[in-house]
Design a protein around this ligand. Structure first.
Ligand code: FAD
Ligand code: DLZ
Ligand code: SF4
Length: 508
């Protein structure tokens, strides 16, 4: 019986389940660039170009391996515009009666495949270290789903940074205490490798420029890796030159350096060009060889087998309504400056400009600048979710939604974060040089030039007093507020209200 093997744009791995379940001699691999996937949010043009170029090269590699591939380009005349439509069209054309798929990373597509008028078998995605069942078993009966304990299980399971007698290397599970230093004066890592577009990439760039050129985000210069060999070169480059200081400066931010010591590997891992285990093994090897310290290597591996696996577990555990949660009932619209309109807040302006140009911002920019502001200002978390899903080249719902709705916006009611990630301007000032070139003054708490983060921080705490004042990690801040004299308390809250009133009406 002839079958179709579906490979989605973020499943570009040779031993993905749909292929290992398939039969080269009989089955047909289906890959399709379709309008529905390219427009469920207004994706950054670089993200679309990256995926289409990587898909085309992966299809060519599969053909070289002897597979028959039915590939739809976005501008093919017969393109039906959806994954479902393309499967039905190819089933008809080739007399195929069944579809083999690897489970997609989004509930929307899982349902679409379930509802197709063809039998579709969805196999688990084995690129991840924890299966759904393992995560469910781990979560079962726990009051709090803390990442740290899940991470330790993943260390035991993979054997990464473990001694022969089952102990963590360095006698500690977590070396974060040595990390998170403020921004350095000098960065010795030159950042990610930039790959010159070849003919395949140039053809895609023309297509994407013509079809999606009006979306937020710069298509050029385009420098992403678009095949496995290039992605591996980027990984080696990072492991050799960036990893040694990854831990030290992982939370730092600089006006003139967008990448610091970050890996720039999420695009490639999430699309399938790199597998998480291989990435972690490369990092562990650097530790064994003495070329990177334990705080860097442990921190990096924790992000991948800890956080990355954990957020995926939560996404699938919590179900399809997760991205719609709004535990703090925030209703304000997303301000225009998230889409590039002027703002006097230098931290936001820098993070957004970088996002527009690179389709990339690192974790602390996402969490403590754009995420922090949205939470403090009470922006509707679904709007925030759609923004993050659109603008970052590594964004797919399984990883983006828990990070945004859960970790950043506390809209899941505290499943992922034990307290909201909010801060005044002082955190941003400590970790970056943004405040030095800002129109606002981070040291000013109220009145002329007061940093909006300072005002909104108190506004957030006070408007959610019922929810958070009993949280032991936040009680101290309520005491600080209560000790201020009454005039000062009133002024802070009034100025925060005035600021929020101006959002969307004038440049703030
Ligand atoms: P590095 O800093 O070099 O870290 C190494 C790797 O660790 C990353 O490549 C990534 O795979 C993994 N990692 C680190 N933190 C996380 C995390 N919290 N969740 C999952 N993986 C993690 N990551 C995405 O891959 N896609 C997203 O859409 C996404 N959205 C985010 C939204 C918000 C609000 C926040 C706070 C974080 C988000 N992250 C997302 C996590 C993190 O910001 C990115 O993985 C990271 O910035 C990617 O850059 P890098 O490869 O240079 O990472
Ligand atoms: C993100 C994306 C885009 C922009 N385009 C396509 C596409 O044309 N064809 C395809 O197979 N996949 C695409 N993707 C990735 C899917 O949206 C992704 O598989 C789901 O969001 C699940 O993670
Ligand atoms: Fe951002 Fe406030 Fe610093 Fe300006 S002063 S960069 S608004 S934290």
């Amino acid at each position: 019986m002839k079958r179709l093997l579906l490979v989605l744009g973020d499943q570009l791995t040779r031993d993905i389940a749909a292929l290992t379940e398939g039969d080269k001699a009989n089955d047909i691999v289906v890959m399709a660039e379709v309008a529905d996937e390219a427009s469920y949010v207004r994706h950054h043009p670089k993200k679309i170009a990256f995926l289409f170029a990587a898909m085309r090269k992966f299809a060519a590699a599969l053909r070289d391996d002897g597979w028959t591939v039915a590939y739809t380009k976005l501008d093919d005349a017969e393109n039906s515009g959806s994954i479902g439509g393309e499967l039905l069209r190819y089933a008809d054309a080739h007399g195929a009666q069944e579809v083999i798929a690897t489970e997609p990373g989004e509930w929307r597509l899982i349902s679409l495949l379930e509802d197709l008028p063809l039998p579709v078998h969805q196999f688990q995605d084995h690129r991840f270290i924890a299966s759904h069942k393992e995560f469910e078993d781990w979560a079962e009966g726990r009051k709090q789903l803390r990442m740290e304990y899940f991470y330790r299980d993943m260390r035991r399971k993979t054997g990464l940074l473990m001694t022969d007698d089952g102990k963590p290397v360095g006698e500690k599970w977590n070396f974060d205490h040595d990390n998170r230093k403020p921004a350095p004066d000098e960065v010795t890592f030159e950042g990610p490798l930039r790959f010159e577009p070849d003919d395949v990439v140039n053809e895609v760039l023309d297509l994407v420029g013509a079809r999606f050129g009006n979306s937020f985000g710069d298509l050029h210069p385009f420098w992403f890796a678009t095949d496995r060999a290039q992605a591996l070169t980027q990984l080696d480059h990072f492991i050799e030159h960036g990893l040694p200081k990854f831990g030290d400066f992982q939370d730092a931010m600089l006006n003139d350096n967008r990448f610091l010591y970050h890996g720039l590997v999420s695009f490639y891992m999430n699309a399938g060009l790199l597998t998480p285990l291989k990435v972690c093994e490369a990092a562990a090897k650097a530790y064994d060889a003495g070329s990177a310290p334990i705080n860097a290597v442990e921190g990096f591996i924790r992000q991948i087998i800890g956080w990355r696996e954990y957020v995926r577990g939560i996404y699938f555990l919590e179900g399809p309504d997760y991205p719609r949660r709004n535990g703090l009932n925030h209703q304000r619209g997303l301000p225009d400056f998230y889409w590039g309109a002027d703002t006097k807040m230098n931290c936001i302006s820098k993070a957004v400009a970088q996002t527009k140009e690179e389709a990339y911002a690192h974790h602390i920019q996402r969490l403590m600048v754009t995420g922090n502001f949205a939470l403090l200002a009470g922006i509707d978390p679904h709007e925030v979710h759609e923004w993050y899903l659109a603008v970052y080249a590594d964004a797919y719902e399984w990883v983006e939604a828990p990070n945004v709705v859960g970790m950043s916006q506390f809209a899941d009611g505290g499943i992922i974060a034990s307290k909201p990630y909010v801060s005044s301007g002082s955190y941003i000032n400590k970790m970056s040089d943004y405040c030095k070139s800002c129109d606002y003054k981070v040291s000013v708490k109220t009145g002329d030039g007061a940093c909006p983060f300072n005002l909104l921080y108190w506004h957030f705490l006070i408007r959610h007093r019922d929810r958070f004042s009993n949280n032991p990690r936040m009680a101290q801040m309520y005491r600080v507020f209560d000790r201020m004299d009454e005039d000062r308390r009133e002024t802070v809250l009034k100025e925060a209200d005035d600021f929020l009133e101006k959002l969307g009406k004038e440049t703030v």
